[in-house]
Ligand binder design. Structure first.
Ligand SMILES: CC(C)(COP(=O)(O)OP(=O)(O)OC[C@H]1O[C@@H](n2cnc3c(N)ncnc32)[C@H](O)[C@@H]1OP(=O)(O)O)[C@@H](O)C(=O)NCCC(=O)NCCS
Length: 365
């Protein structure tokens, strides 16, 4: 067996951040369609220039095999997460790796776990961190995943399992065909909410800046007990969402008001595959995957005291009707925990079916 020269490097330089951020171009080089990383955004995070880093101890690693970078990961102590849940869980985010690099990846994960142990963490999670990391796909390996979601290769699962990680949580991604019949049902759901005294407005009609703050407040309240979540502040969210005010996000995202106060929020995006996905020349996406025809509901929350009144359904229905009005024929309902039945029931009541499956990994230290 040829012994490779393995070296795990802690990345600290501008050049190193660039190489780190661009490694996915190697991993996904053969893909017909994939979502390339926002390199500058990632470099700002690694360099500590992103607002969210005020709450993080973050350390990026790259592992070299015979002088070639073959895998990467950032290890994170997310203080806000651990304070919120009173836990000592470290996070491994940005994991990407080439195939056939068992030795190098084992060294990378070992170094990562040692770094977390030295900082008092009792366990490590990979594949879910609010605003930082998304779960690992367990199907559709060659297809373009929903916006924001991973389209990782299958061999990632062997890398994590061989590093003694276990599956912690499963998640599903849904897709609804926006047929005429289903749209009629959406109009009825919206009418039922109006009849119950609930007003649902797009972020544009509500006032985009005010809507962003309502989204932050409602989401923090609605997700306070949602596994894996941690609160986020208005000053962090505003610069992330404000630039979207001039896009269809303002028309597809919704706010629900009942008894004069905001009680629900939805953040939705139009089909971004044309603008952001990387397609090999001549490749045409299936309409239920993208190509201008698939919008996506990214996040939905309703305050506990007004749940089970059809507010989530009505907000999502209005969002999906907005997608249909803008020539989209499919709507994604993105990333729901396997055991989050109220949200899964919401997706199913909107005529959506499971079209993607994901897992998050966990191990004790
Ligand atoms: C998921 C959530 C948005 C649903 O909001 P809601 O306004 O209560 O939902 P609706 O009243 O529109 O009900 C939608 C469906 O969920 C079902 N539902 C509502 N609460 C439920 C519960 N606690 N358990 C099981 N099903 C429930 C309803 O029966 C309905 O299903 P049906 O159409 O088959 O009858 C809300 O529970 C929430 O904010 N949860 C916390 C944040 C979260 O998990 N968001 C989704 C992340 S993917």
């Amino acid at each position: 067996m040829v012994l490779r020269k393995i070296r795990v490097e802690q990345v600290t330089s501008r050049g190193g951040f660039e190489l780190f951020a661009r490694l996915p171009y190697e991993v996904y080089a053969d893909r017909e369609a994939w979502w390339p990383p926002d390199v500058q955004n990632e470099i700002d995070l690694l360099a500590g220039r992103a607002l969210i880093t005020a709450h993080l101890d973050l350390c990026p690693f790259v592992v070299w095999s015979d002088g070639r970078p073959v895998a990467r990961a950032s290890v994170v102590v997310n203080h806000r997460y651990n304070e919120h849940w009173n836990e000592k869980v470290g996070q491994i985010i940005h994991f990407e790796a080439l195939d056939g690099e068992e030795e190098a990846v084992a060294a990378l994960l070992e170094e990562s776990l040692t770094w977390l142990t030295r900082r008092g963490m009792k366990a490590a999670r990979s594949g879910f961190a609010a605003f930082l990391d998304y779960p690992y796909a367990i199907d559709n390996y060659a297809a373009l995943p929903s916006f924001l979601l991973r389209g990782n290769p299958d061999y990632y699962h062997r890398y994590f399992k061989n590093a003694r990680f276990a599956t912690e949580k499963g998640q599903v991604d849904y897709t609804a065909p926006l047929t005429a019949d289903i749209q009629d049902r959406y109009r009825q759901m919206a009418a039922a909410a109006r009849a119950a005294g609930v007003t649902i407005s797009s972020w544009r009609d509500y006032g985009f800046l005010a809507a962003i703050d309502v989204w932050t407040d409602v989401t923090n309240a609605a997700f306070a007990r949602h596994w894996g979540w941690n609160p986020i502040s208005r000053p962090e969210v505003r610069p992330m969402l404000l630039p979207l005010g001039a896009t269809l996000v303002a028309d597809l995202s919704m706010i629900a008001v009942a008894d004069g106060r905001p009680v629900g929020a939805v953040f939705s995006v139009p089909d971004l595959s044309g603008a952001l996905a990387r397609l090999r020349t001549g490749v045409k996406l299936a309409p239920e995957r993208g190509g201008g025809t698939r919008g996506a509901l990214i996040n939905i929350g309703v305050l506990e005291e007004v749940r089970s009144r059809g507010i989530a359904r009505a907000m999502a229905a209005e969002s999906f009707l907005g997608m249909a009005k803008n020539f989209m024929t499919y709507a994604g309902y993105t990333l729901v925990l396997d055991d989050n039945w109220s949200s899964r029931r919401t997706a199913e009541s909107l005529g959506a079916r499971v079209t993607g499956n994901f897992v998050s990994y966990f191990r004790t230290l």
